[in-house]
Design a protein around this ligand. Sequence first.
Ligand SMILES: NC(=O)C1=CN([C@@H]2O[C@H](COP(=O)(O)OP(=O)(O)OC[C@H]3O[C@@H](n4cnc5c(N)ncnc54)[C@H](O)[C@@H]3O)[C@@H](O)[C@H]2O)C=CC1
Ligand SMILES: O=C([O-])C1=[NH+]CCC1
Length: 310
Amino acid sequence: MSSLKYIDSAEVEKLLDWRVLLESIEKALGHFSVGKDGGVVQPVRTVIPVDKHHGYMGVMPAYSSYDNALATKVVTFYPENRDTPTHQAWILLLDPPTGSLKAIVDGEAITAIRTALASAVATKHLSNPASKILAILGSGIQAHSHYKALSLVQNFDEVRVWSRTHAHAQKFAQEIHAKVCSTAEEAVKDADVICTVTFATTPILHASWVKPGAHINAIGACVPEWQELESDLMRGSVVYCDSRDACNKESGDIIVSQCEIYAELGEVIMGQKEALWERTTVFKSVGMAVEDVVSAKMVYNNYIKNHPDQ
Ligand SMILES: NC(=O)C1=CN([C@@H]2O[C@H](COP(=O)(O)OP(=O)(O)OC[C@H]3O[C@@H](n4cnc5c(N)ncnc54)[C@H](O)[C@@H]3O)[C@@H](O)[C@H]2O)C=CC1
Ligand SMILES: O=C([O-])C1=[NH+]CCC1
């Protein structure tokens, strides 16, 4: 029997190939939305508030028979953390035939990368192919990974950044050679693709600011009372999501606005629902365990290739 591995965050970053993972995530989203025949078992995760400390812990199990992969992620998100990352995660990767534990994989980089790659898949299917202007609202971990992931699927002529703390927006914009904006409205004016990647609890993106036909990746607001997008914007757009059940339970963007979800992204990938990219589209994501499962499996396989003696 092989020994239990611990794969840390630095190693995870080296072992993940973004382009290959993009394809695996696209397939996993499709398999998930097919239902039972897709071979993905993924219940809506359990999230508990840690009220006294203003944080949350989520437990996210999934099995993909197509990928022969079984894992559970434990993720914490503490919006007020400053010297400690706001998101921390650990993935227990198990052996499907025996149920034995094979590896504990750090989940912080995986969470950053797989979330952005899912948005890249959404952007590929749901944005106008002629998109030229990208606006990113937020300047944290997801802002960075979204810039890199979306650049894999679209060539943008102009990238704009706005963040609540202007100095953070300036630093991020400098790093990626983007234009820094003083307001969210200025950043999204005429933008073709918009990513909202913040811990906002009340809307930071308003319907009247958004160009008709734009595509929005709405990544924050993973708590039933929180919103990043104004209700009118949600109700006036064609709304896609990663998991219908999860979004209906977890995201204020869906719950508070009472908007209708048109389709899961996986249904579009599998050709069951249309990609209505000429309309204003929103991809509402709360995060899926199966994305972590395929990512951890890739990390593990590459680790074993690099350490055949272990
Ligand atoms: N859908 C998914 O699969 C996932 C979603 N997320 C969510 O994405 C969002 C961003 O996560 P990270 O970049 O990792 O966090 P981070 O802590 O690295 O960055 C947070 C960003 O939000 C901004 N922010 C905080 N409070 C704000 C407010 N009230 N209004 C406007 N901006 C505010 C900060 O200035 C910073 O730019 C969070 O809501 C997080 O929970 C994170 C991981 C996965
Ligand atoms: O899927 C995920 O890991 C998370 N979604 C919201 C916070 C963390």
